[in-house]
Design a protein around this ligand. Structure first.
Ligand code: 5RP
Length: 235
């Protein structure tokens, strides 16, 4: 027999992702009522969350999804998907992250869905982020920062990124749900002011969004660790 052998660390990470997704589910179910709309992020941690949320679909009205992939998965559980333009309030937005610091700033976009994630998080009254403890950092920037760019602006944006000390790598063969390209920016570590870098990159013509979530950071971060679930909240 051919057996798939997964590295132990990946197995542990998935166990922690599932555990934190369960803690996020408990948090969300405590908040929502039958007319609540939940914002749903993208990625493997979010997929664990959706699997757990599915059986509770009657406890809330529906969901706004940050990607076509998450929308399809939610629909497979019979959860109603709402267009953000028809929604005034998202009670809570739930998503993973690639890096989280102690002040609840994030890097997101490893899965390429950062723009819709940023929009959904901006609308939401509360942003609940769920991660395993490999994502917790003292300074952001070791994870290459994804930025979504309009295709015709890709080279121009890459030149501007070099000027601020980053090293842009084109995510070959990947097209976002919005029809755009992704540049992954290496060598920004350590990012001293996440907000300053977020604003600086936002001002480059042709950038749709960048993966720093500082202006709209998380409100609560749940962290799955081998010692149980830890929580970071602002003081
Ligand atoms: C997708 C994201 C994800 O939240 C991030 O990449 C974390 O993913 P995972 O839960 O698979 O580790 O920002 O754009």
């Amino acid at each position: 027999f051919l057996t798939m052998v997964l590295p132990m660390s990946l197995l542990t990470q998935n166990v922690l992702k599932k555990a934190v997704a369960k803690a996020a589910l408990d948090y969300v179910l405590n908040k929502v009522s039958s007319d609540s709309i939940i914002g749903i992020g993208t990625g493997s941690t979010t997929n664990f969350f959706i699997n757990l949320l599915g059986p509770h679909k009657n406890k809330f009205k529906g969901a706004v999804a940050s990607s076509l992939a998450s929308a399809n998965k939610l629909e497979s559980y019979g959860i109603e998907i709402l267009d953000l333009n028809s929604v005034h309030e998202i009670e809570i937005y739930v998503d993973g992250a690639d890096e989280v610091n102690q002040t609840l700033e994030l890097i997101k976009g490893g899965g390429g869905a950062l723009t819709r994630e940023k929009i959904t998080a901006a609308v939401a009254s509360e942003f609940l982020c769920m991660v395993d403890d490999t994502k917790l950092v003292t300074s952001l920037g070791q994870f290459p920062l994804p930025i979504e760019v309009i295709p015709m602006a890709r080279s121009y944006v890459a030149r501007k990124i070099l000027e601020i000390g980053g090293d842009p790598v084109y995510r070959q063969g990947y097209v976002t749900d919005n029809g755009n390209n992704i540049l992954d920016i290496h060598h920004l570590y350590p990012i001293k002011s996440a907000r300053e870098i977020e604003e600086k990159i936002n001002h480059i013509a042709g950038v749709v969004a960048n993966g720093i979530f500082s202006i709209r950071h998380a409100d609560v971060v749940l962290i799955g660790t081998t010692d149980g679930i830890k929580t970071i909240k602002p003081n």
